[in-house]
Design a protein around this ligand. Structure first.
Ligand code: DLL
Length: 438
């Protein structure tokens, strides 16, 4: 069984990776300057010319690019090639403002497929596997991305898309799916429905799952692994930088290897934009190295992570990123305290609740309120008010210990919180209606 999809790249000595990145970077910067007026203007404003970028040490001289730039340049302002050379678009699921549209040439799709194939192989997949892709297909990159990787590897690909969970289960059982790719929240839901239908974890043929596109905790990983009887791997990516497969987990499950032959990564202080030394916690910034249609230089992801160059026992030499610790724009400030939904999720799973919850933030009489709605498991459900109140108080105090502020916890009936088939909506921040800048 092959341990790597592209061994030469994935295990290249670090010094060589850096040399490769330098060569590609110089070319990509010139290509962007020559072909993307929007970015050329930003560089001119900063007084940087392509000749000033001779290697990785010069990267910080380039202007940072953020989502607002992409919105401003919508739809084609950052396109670097003629539209006739493009074969596909994808788009973000943004609910506010203009969507972001990313373009791909065939070359871009090929590289992206490689990245996803690497992720599949790292999760133990071979061409003998049946790869069940239950990420959404369409403008979202999840379905097509993993589909492309699965094809390239030669798996039998089931392009299920998300939703219609009964049909997912029927195909999974009848066609003996061995690898499942979907959001972690959908995997948890599929596991729940399997259980309801009377299946035990050992009844399915799955051996691994490739889950990403949203924040999920180690506790949730253990839950999914137990309930589906699989090993659960993380995968990271974003539409602007291609889609899933920018980084992927190996059997170590200690952070995700970033495909450094295609992307350079930096970590910056989200407030000042200053580049931070390796090992610091900060915002991830990516620079594409060999894209044709939608190359982005120094794109701010808003994802907060730590990078590590520590040697990995899997043999891959690509730098690793931690699971994003929430997005800097996912972070809620409640009563002045920074709160990430993942902190609340970790408490709930530690306390043996299922990952079905919703967080509602509001402001009443000028004071922030935090309500956490948590679904009971069937087995824990009680119609005795006293029992429920005791459980709510216990959870309230566990969350207070984690966050430092006290939420109001509401235990709600099993199945009363809407399940997600794609990215779960965990937070409703009602303060937005007050025009508060949150
Ligand atoms: O979510 C691409 C993707 C599809 C990744 C399938 C993995 C699997 P967007 O819709 O553009 O693209 O959202 C990108 O999702 O900036 C992160 O905040 C978040 N995200 C993606 N992967 C992870 C992950 C896809 N593994 C945004 N853990 C990113 C936590 C993730 N957050």
């Amino acid at each position: 069984m092959n341990k790597y999809f592209q061994k030469e790249m994935e295990t290249m000595p670090v010094e060589q990776i850096k040399t490769l990145q330098e060569e590609k970077l110089v070319k990509q910067v010139k290509y962007v300057y020559d072909n993307v007026e929007y970015y050329r203007n930003l560089m001119d404003k900063k007084g940087v010319k392509p000749e000033d970028i001779k290697g990785l040490d010069d990267l910080h001289k380039l202007p940072l690019l953020c989502k607002d730039d992409l919105r401003e340049a919508y739809p084609t302002g950052l396109l670097a090639t003629d539209m006739k050379n493009c074969v596909r678009i994808h788009s973000t699921s943004g609910t506010t403002g203009k969507r972001v549209v990313a373009f791909y040439t065939q070359h871009d799709v090929d590289l992206w497929d490689d990245c996803c194939a690497r992720a599949l192989v790292a999760a133990g997949a071979t061409d003998e596997d049946v790869c069940h892709v239950a990420y959404g297909y369409g403008l979202f990159t999840g379905g097509f991305g993993l589909n492309g990787g699965s094809h390239k590897l030669g798996c039998l690909t089931l392009p299920m898309s998300s939703g219609n969970t009964d049909r997912q289960i029927q195909f999974m059982m009848d066609l003996k799916s061995t690898i499942i790719c979907c959001t972690p929240s959908y995997a948890a839901y599929i596991a729940e429905v399997l259980k309801e239908k009377g299946y035990k974890p050992e009844d399915n043929h799955l051996k691994a799952g490739i889950f990403g596109a949203e924040a999920w905790t180690e506790e949730m990983r253990r839950d999914i692994e137990k309930n589906l009887g699989i090993k659960a791997y993380d995968i990271y990516g974003l539409t602007e930088i291609s889609g899933p497969g920018v980084a992927f987990e190996c059997e170590e499950q200690k952070g995700m290897h970033i495909n450094e032959d295609h992307f350079v990564v930096e970590v910056i202080d989200p407030d000042t934009g200053e580049v931070l030394p390796e090992g610091s916690k900060g915002e991830l910034v990516f620079t594409s190295l060999d894209k044709e249609a939608f190359p982005l230089l120094r794109y701010r992801t808003r994802d907060i992570c730590v990078l590590s160059r520590e040697k990995c026992s899997c043999g891959r030499t690509f730098i690793r990123m931690t699971k994003p610790m929430g997005r800097s724009d996912d972070m809620m400030i409640i009563k002045g305290v920074n709160v990430f939904p993942s902190q609340i999720e970790a408490v709930l799973l530690n306390e043996n609740y299922a990952p079905n919850y919703q967080i509602v933030v509001d402001r009443v009489n000028n004071s922030d309120t935090l309500d956490v709605y948590v679904e009971m498991k069937e087995s824990d459900f009680s119609d005795k008010v006293k029992d429920m109140t005791k459980k709510e108080k216990h959870l309230q105090s566990a969350i207070k210990t984690m966050l430092g502020i006290s939420p109001k916890v509401h235990l709600v009936a099993p199945k009363s919180i809407q399940r997600s088939e794609g990215k779960a909506v965990r937070v409703i921040d009602k303060r937005k209606r007050l025009g508060i800048n949150i």
